[in-house]
Design a protein around this ligand. Structure first.
Ligand SMILES: C[C@@](CO)(OP(=O)(O)O)[C@H](O)COP(=O)(O)OP(=O)(O)OC[C@H]1O[C@@H](n2ccc(N)nc2=O)[C@H](O)[C@@H]1O
Ligand SMILES: Nc1ncnc2c1ncn2[C@@H]1O[C@H](COP(=O)(O)OP(=O)(O)O)[C@@H](O)[C@H]1O
Length: 282
């Protein structure tokens, strides 16, 4: 039998929702979506070392998130009952770069990478489907990060079909406000009855983010960020916001717009990725 690795470093990419349509609301309150996910090369880094004390130690606290609520810790807890040996433990540290709560999916990506990494270190032998089924308990975006390919998603984000969105460079602009996902989905003015998609996924003009008008009206900085960025490139909000992204043909064009960005916003240039770097080297 091969010896298990003792240490692993896993990238946790951010995602963009290139579009997001809400097609229905289920009886349990959750919304049925049709969304196109692409990863971007802005990544958090997760480092996991195997230990033999049967504990999960998270070495890097996050501001405003307790250890017990941290999605890294919660993902590790989901795998604890599946260990082959109760002495198996882990020390985990997270280097965060993805802004939190901006619609970029960083927490879900951290959770997915924790499941991927511990599955490897502890030799659990779970396949991607089994990891995704565990991960969805932590958040609707976790399965796509385990799936590891750009995807068209239905349901609450668990029915995934691999797709190849065109290569693109993005300027991602953070309007510096925090939008609560739950409050957007609870809002009475949210449109909830988009028709299921029949057009090409790649046709930008046929698609939209159904949360965008509502969020822009509730949060004026989001509207200002869109109004500014749309002068440079086709622009849309990701997830339930607050971040918005412009699509550029080249890194240089995206960088040029970033250089002109008003100081009220923060932003970064990133490349679209159709394969997640989380699985690299595994
Ligand atoms: C909207 C999306 C699109 O990618 O992204 P984000 O803006 O969060 O990144 C996701 O579907 C978000 O997924 P996630 O952030 O994991 O949401 P969760 O924690 O599962 O849900 C937060 C709350 O939003 C509501 N919710 C979420 C997803 C969904 N399809 N319908 C809902 O009604 C529920 O009230 C839930 O309690
Ligand atoms: N490891 C984590 N990284 C980021 N956020 C986390 C993490 N663990 C828990 N959270 C909580 O999840 C919320 C949503 O995080 P995130 O995935 O970054 O944003 P979004 O859902 O908007 O894409 C955060 O505001 C934070 O309270």
């Amino acid at each position: 039998m091969h010896a298990l690795p003792q240490d692993i470093t896993i990238h946790c990419p951010a995602k963009l929702n290139l579009f997001l349509h809400i097609t229905a609301q289920r009886n349990d309150g959750y919304h049925e979506l049709e969304t196109l996910f692409q990863f971007i090369d802005l990544c958090d880094d997760l480092h996991i070392s195997a230990t033999t004390d049967g504990r999960i130690d998270l070495l890097t606290p996050l501001q405003d998130v307790s250890h017990e609520d941290n999605l890294v810790y919660r993902a590790a807890m989901l795998l604890m009952p599946l260990r082959k040996d109760a002495q198996q433990g882990a020390q985990i540290s997270l280097h965060k770069r993805i802004p939190m709560g901006g619609g970029l999916g960083g927490g879900s990506s951290n959770a997915a990478s924790t499941l991927i990494g511990l599955n490897q270190l502890w030799g659990l032998g779970l396949d991607r489907r089994q990891l995704a089924d565990l991960g969805i308990q932590l958040g609707a975006d976790v399965p796509v990060f385990i799936f590891g390919q750009a995807a068209f998603a239905r349901g609450v984000g668990e029915q995934l079909v691999a797709v190849e969105p065109a290569p693109a460079w993005y300027l991602v602009v953070h309007p510096q406000v925090h939008v609560s996902t739950a409050s957007v989905f609870q809002h009475p003015d949210l449109p909830r009855n988009s028709a299921p998609i029949t057009t090409e996924l790649s046709e930008w003009a046929s698609h939209r983010n159904d949360c965008q008008s509502l969020v822009a009206s509730l949060y004026p900085p989001v509207a200002k960020a869109i109004d500014w960025l749309v002068e440079y490139a086709p622009t849309r909000m990701t997830g339930t916001g607050a971040c918005v992204f412009g699509c550029f043909d080249s890194q240089a064009a995206a960088q040029k717009a970033l250089a002109a960005m008003p100081s009220a916003f923060s932003g970064f240039v990133a490349q679209g990725l159709n394969t997640s770097p989380a699985w690299q080297g595994l």
